[in-house]
Design a protein around this ligand. Structure first.
Ligand SMILES: [Zn+2]
Length: 344
């Protein structure tokens, strides 16, 4: 198995994070990637340097206007009088505003609200550069999968909360969706995404909502009490033209290994019955029992068993790093997951 990274992630150092009305330090820090990198080296799987994605490659998933916004917002924000270090929206388009003529505004602050779902995706001066590096890692892993292999992409920032034209929850470009489109373009007729990050993969669901050729499965903490709140429920089974191509498996807060692994196994079975020719895994470690702000209680052994279950599909696979915020543990959990997967 090959693995990929890009050092530009370290330029993205988000600060702002709002929790229960209090501004706190952001959890999505460069040290996360350093921990994962340590895990890869400990496995004897040193990553290759990926080529950053080009805007043309990103257009398979993201709209041209959103990409132009992401690329330009850093300097535009810095030019505002009395601007903070990173762009954070303060007003967001609501469903009723959009249903009654709401539109994208011309001003910088309004555009940040338009193109972000929440305040958990602050955009700094180098966020674009870091996001291109992460997307490049996903595309490199997808190219391995397109050749029939299995590969791991150390993506930071993560991606699964990003819609086609909206950032959210630490995510700016949807790395997993980019991998899916690369695999489709390389000839895989049906591709599945299995998302085991503890948060619902809402952006990925949204991007493929109308696509019967892409199965999206997400195993996550109950969104009734957990980000992203508004989606991730079992009733969401796909758009009218893709009924059954989305499977959400929300779990009760505090669910231990047994419940989580049963859901992962259900996801694996869905991937198999869908007849996927290739697989994209959205791999988060925030289901860990030692996660800050945790919803689930998965042990290191649980991650090893999940790796074994998913690896047993023996599909060409791109494993895309998503969340997980216990910096001390991330490298170890990645090691356990990939060792469980096997064929290293
Ligand atoms: Zn997460």
């Amino acid at each position: 198995m090959r693995s990929f990274h890009h050092p530009s992630h370290a330029l993205h150092t988000p600060n702002f994070f709002l929790i229960r009305g209090q501004v706190r330090a952001n959890y999505e820090v460069p040290a996360r990637a350093e921990s994962l990198l340590g895990g890869l080296h400990a496995l004897g799987l040193p990553p290759a340097l990926a080529t950053p994605a080009t805007p043309a490659q990103l257009r398979s998933v993201h709209t041209a206007d959103y990409l132009a916004f992401l690329e330009s917002i850093g300097p535009a924000w810095a030019a505002l009088p009395n601007a903070g270090a990173e762009a954070v929206g303060n007003t967001f388009p609501t469903a009723d505003a959009l249903a009654s003529g709401g539109r994208r505004p011309a001003g910088v602050i309004g555009q940040v609200g338009w193109y972000t779902a929440d305040v958990a995706c602050p955009i700094g001066p180098h966020t674009w550069e870091a996001a291109l590096g992460a997307a490049g890692c996903a595309l490199a892993a997808a190219a391995e999968a397109a050749a029939g292999a299995q590969a791991y992409a150390l993506c930071r920032p993560p991606g699964h909360h990003t819609y086609a034209a909206r950032a959210g929850g630490h995510c700016y470009l949807n790395n997993a969706a980019l991998a899916v489109e690369a695999l489709r373009a390389a000839g895989a007729a049906r591709v599945a995404v299995l998302d085991i990050d503890s948060h619902h993969g809402n952006g990925t669901q949204g991007i493929f909502w109308h696509r019967p050729d892409v199965l999206t499965v997400s195993v996550h903490g109950d969104p009734g009490s957990y980000y992203p709140w508004f989606t991730g429920y079992a009733e969401e089974t796909g758009g009218a033209d893709a009924e059954g191509a989305n499977l959400n498996l929300p779990l009760r807060f505090g669910s231990p290994d047994a419940a989580w692994l049963a859901a992962v196994q259900q996801g694996v079975a869905a991937v198999r019955s869908f007849g996927a020719e290739a697989l994209v895994v959205s791999l988060g470690f925030d289901a860990s029992e030692h996660e800050p702000l945790n919803a689930l209680n998965v042990t290191a052994e649980g991650f090893a068993r999940a790796g074994a279950m998913i690896g047993a599909l023996r599909l060409p696979s791109a494993i895309i790093q998503e969340g997980g915020y216990n910096v001390e543990l991330l490298g170890t959990l990645l090691g356990r997951f990939l060792t469980g997967w096997g064929d290293l």
